[in-house]
Ligand binder design. Structure first.
Ligand code: DC
Length: 227
């Protein structure tokens, strides 16, 4: 898997931005695995399924009708669930919270595993999430784990919300970020943690360009070593 780059890390660390820039730079495809968990949570919610009903959860995971579409000339990805554009609802804090809860369930993770692995392309893939480097693409050649202080991540999230004209309360966002990290890191199934062979980058004091430079150096260095 010498053309897979995994980018894992806690919520609000900027994985999505770095993954998008890297995919553009390398000309590789992009997998936002969080979007799959978020869409799955929305589907379960819409169907009114009890999250203790593992059989029903498995069935939804296997039949999830999900499509990602990128507008030509735009970097925005729209997400469609059963043909309906769910892009806006997908990104809310509430959906993130639901996704984090449902993502802790073992049968959900195994049912969604192959769907994520199918994104691997001969032409290359950048995959971002929580367990891309440890589980889904454990054989990937390039692995990055991004971190940043909870305060910094909450501030980034607040700016993101403000850019979308959404009101956010800093203390609430910070509490949500901390609670979500705690749940994602302490779960039994594929917890959030760096792969042993991941490059760990603390982005608290770094700009997007500085992080991209470090990730690019990782890919270029090993390509020149093997080439
Ligand atoms: O990256 P995100 O905020 O869109 O992810 C939403 C939730 O989905 C996250 O809190 C935990 C879960 N998730 C996961 O368990 N494994 C992944 N690979 C991606 C996301």
């Amino acid at each position: 898997m010498n053309n897979i780059l995994t980018i894992d890390g806690p919520s609000g660390v900027g994985k999505g931005t770095i993954a998008r820039v890297m995919a553009q730079k390398l000309g590789w495809d992009l997998l936002d695995s969080g979007a799959i968990y978020r869409a799955f949570a929305l589907a379960v919610d819409a169907k009114g399924v009890d999250i203790d009903d593992e059989k029903a959860l498995e069935k939804i995971a296997h039949t999830l009708d999900l499509a990602f579409k990128t507008e030509v000339g735009s970097e925005l990805v729209s997400v469609f669930l059963e043909g309906k554009d769910i892009s806006k609802t997908l990104r809310t804090e509430q959906t993130g919270e639901m996704a984090s809860k449902i993502a802790a369930i073992g049968v959900v993770r195994s049912a969604l595993l192959k769907r994520q692995q199918d994104f691997a392309q001969a032409s290359g893939l950048v995959a971002d999430g929580r367990d891309m480097g440890t589980v889904v693409f454990a054989e990937a050649a390039f692995k990055v784990f991004l971190t940043a202080s909870a305060q910094e991540r909450a501030e980034r999230r607040l700016k993101q919300l403000q850019a979308q004209d959404t009101v956010g309360i800093m203390s609430q966002i910070l509490a949500d970020v901390v609670a979500r990290d705690e749940r994602d890191s302490s779960r039994k199934n594929s917890p959030l943690k760096p792969a042993e062979d991941a490059l760990i980058i603390d982005t608290t004091e770094l700009s997007i360009d500085e992080v991209v430079a470090q990730v690019s150096a990782l890919v270029t260095k090993s390509q020149s070593l093997s080439g």
